[in-house]
Write a protein that binds this ligand. Structure first.
Ligand code: SF4
Length: 361
């Protein structure tokens, strides 16, 4: 398959791993931002191909994992109301809140539906004018354009029975927060190519220079990831604190201006809580005042719901690179993918779930 097979070529992957081994001279802590990259690293054994000088830190880039527990509780509360059709991508249905999950709300007779696009939810609202239809709008910059389009369509159609429960996050402020924390150990980032396909990577230069931390934009196939590591280690060894693009077939420096226009028509930057990490200033995309009538949080009066994370969970420390999943006493015991206690076991892209599935212990 073109654009797939050549990036899974074993010889190319091994060649890059060998090149990395030849240039690396000291220990480096590298964070791959995206959970999709974490998953590929484990699945293809990239962590076992890399030289021991490279310590991998698995970043917070999994949308399901970083959605705060209290947001799940808000979704559960709204979905349990009479006359509501609650719509969501499928992977959010099994994420446990403090008491149950959306699947169990559906099983108890409430109308919870899986959709494949936010626009499907708008279509459901149009067909059901006597119901309130809510879409669970979570995710990174990759999914936000479609969420914005749904709000714009609903607005154009004058739909008064559609709203969105918003928990959207931006990568650059999270990188800044990680690098500025007192216990930061990160020397370089592999940036998430799909986010950069939408937003470009022009914003990253300021952060790379401010913290003397190079970044390489890359993709999700083994050769993409290893090429990204090669660029990054070379930059670190040569003290080049800048940004490079190793995903040229998809990403440009400026990104997709049409998608960015849709995002910022409907949303604006605002403070956002990340599960396992806490509040990061200006790291969210929140509804502009003009579109607040579509805010499900206000429509259903759930803005004050607050929930504490389980105390045993050390996901926050894992996301900062201070601990590995197997350092958690609950890993593989009380906490497994079928019964996740914390953010990073919830989705298959989470670090704990990837370590569990690919038996890294
Ligand atoms: S194994 Fe479970 S409880 Fe432990 S850090 Fe990972 S998600 Fe949290």
């Amino acid at each position: 398959m073109k654009y797939m097979d050549e990036y899974r070529d074993e010889k190319s992957a091994r060649d890059y791993a060998q090149l990395i081994g030849q240039i690396v001279k000291q220990k480096w802590n590298i964070m791959e931002v995206c959970g999709g990259q974490t998953h590929s690293i484990m699945k293809f054994g990239i962590d076992q191909l890399l030289p021991p000088e490279i310590n991998l830190v698995h970043g917070p880039g999994c949308p399901v994992c970083v959605t705060p527990l209290e947001m799940i509780d808000k979704a559960l509360h709204i979905a349990s109301q009479p006359n509501v059709i609650f719509t969501s991508f499928g992977d959010m249905l099994r994420v446990p809140g403090s008491r149950n999950d959306l699947f169990s709300v559906k099983a108890s007779g409430h109308d919870v539906r899986i959709v494949y696009s936010p626009l499907d939810a708008v279509g459901i609202a149009k067909k059901n004018p006597d119901k309130q239809v809510v879409f669970f709008a979570i995710g990174f910059e990759t999914t936000v354009p479609a969420n914005a389009m749904a709000v714009l369509h609903a607005d154009k159609m004058g739909l008064e029975n559609f709203s969105v429960l918003v928990s959207q996050v931006r990568v650059p402020p999270a990188m800044d927060a990680i690098l500025s924390s007192g216990d930061n150990i990160i020397d370089g980032f592999l940036a998430a190519g799909h986010v950069n396909a939408v937003m470009g990577y022009h914003e990253y230069f300021t952060i790379a220079e401010k913290y003397s931390t190079p970044m390489v934009v890359t993709g999700f196939e083994p050769v993409d990831i290893l090429r990204g590591f090669y660029f990054l280690i070379r930059m670190l060894e040569e003290k080049e604190y800048s940004v490079r693009n190793a995903y040229e077939r998809v990403v440009t420096r400026e990104g997709n201006p049409g998608a960015q226009k849709a995002i910022y028509e409907v949303f604006e930057n605002g403070d956002q809580k990340w599960r396992g990490i806490g509040n990061i200033p200006q790291s969210g995309l929140v509804l502009r005042d003009k579109y607040q009538k579509y805010d499900a949080s206000l429509r259903f009066f759930v803005q004050d719901i607050r929930t504490q994370e389980p105390e045993i969970c050390i996901a926050g420390e894992i996301l900062k690179g201070n601990k590995k999943p197997f350092d958690c006493p609950a890993f593989g015991k009380e906490c497994v993918p079928e019964n996740p206690l914390g953010a990073t076991m919830v989705s298959s892209e989470g670090a704990c779930a990837a370590y569990y599935k690919y038996r890294r212990s």
